[in-house]
Design a protein around this ligand. Sequence first.
Ligand SMILES: Nc1ncnc2c1ncn2[C@@H]1O[C@H](COP(=O)(O)OP(=O)(O)OP(=O)(O)O)[C@@H](O)[C@H]1O
Ligand SMILES: [Mg+2]
Ligand SMILES: [Zn+2]
Length: 260
Amino acid sequence: MNDSEDREIPAYNCPICKDTGWEEVKNGDYVAMRECRCGYMQRQRIAGKLKFAAIPKEFEGHTVENFQTNCYASESSRELAAMAKTIAKNYVEQFSEIQETGKGLYFYSRVKGSGKTRLAVSIANDIIQEKMISTKFATTIQILDQIKATWGGMSKNEETEQKLIHDIVSVPVLVIDDIGVEGVKDWINERFYNILNGRMIEKRVTIFTSNCKIEELQFDDRIVNRIVKMALPVQFPDESIRTAIARKENSELLDRLLGT
Ligand SMILES: Nc1ncnc2c1ncn2[C@@H]1O[C@H](COP(=O)(O)OP(=O)(O)OP(=O)(O)O)[C@@H](O)[C@H]1O
Ligand SMILES: [Mg+2]
Ligand SMILES: [Zn+2]
């Protein structure tokens, strides 16, 4: 047997709990269990909440702290982005008190790709990691598709839809991404009214992103009024970071392909 075979490979990341998350504590004749100080259980809880949140892969791990404000070309864009970032940072810091009021945020800009979803998701990530509060991310289209899915096939019954709406109403923090892109139809107004009214009465926090101002949303007035009540509007720069990133990537790719 040579040296390397002889050497013991540590089998566990944490020798105390052997990666179970639980540590034995002797108390006289009794042995009690407590959460191990390596934080395994806490990490498991956060991982569970992140899975539930269904944040798109593109935005995994983003935090408010690493939201860039110097990547915008114009001075006025950088100022707007810096203001949005300050609001987001203080919102997370003061979340425990703000949550009581049920007030959310409404990020909007006419130009697409300005960083609205990026910052909204960062708030959700921070709230999960720092406050251990459940959040959920969904685009309006996803919400409507889920509702429609309860209509078809075997599961066609009112109860399934009611349960889904109830679940959407109940989640403590909901990010509704891209509100305003859906067509205006009676059934959509009806469902959004139920969701938003439910969340408003329960004082649940909702964070919206949109390409239009709240007053310009094509929903019924009763829905628009509720969003006004539920969220603080925050303007984003009319500048696309998505386009800037795409240009930079393409130019790097071109350099590589041309061997320059
Ligand atoms: N301030 C920023 N710092 C770093 N990356 C950014 C920033 N803003 C945007 N990005 C990146 O640019 C891309 C577009 O951002 P995002 O999806 O948040 O834009 P959006 O405003 O939500 O666009 P849309 O109106 O199309 O929904 C993403 O890849 C995002 O990570
Ligand atoms: Mg977006
Ligand atoms: Zn441990």
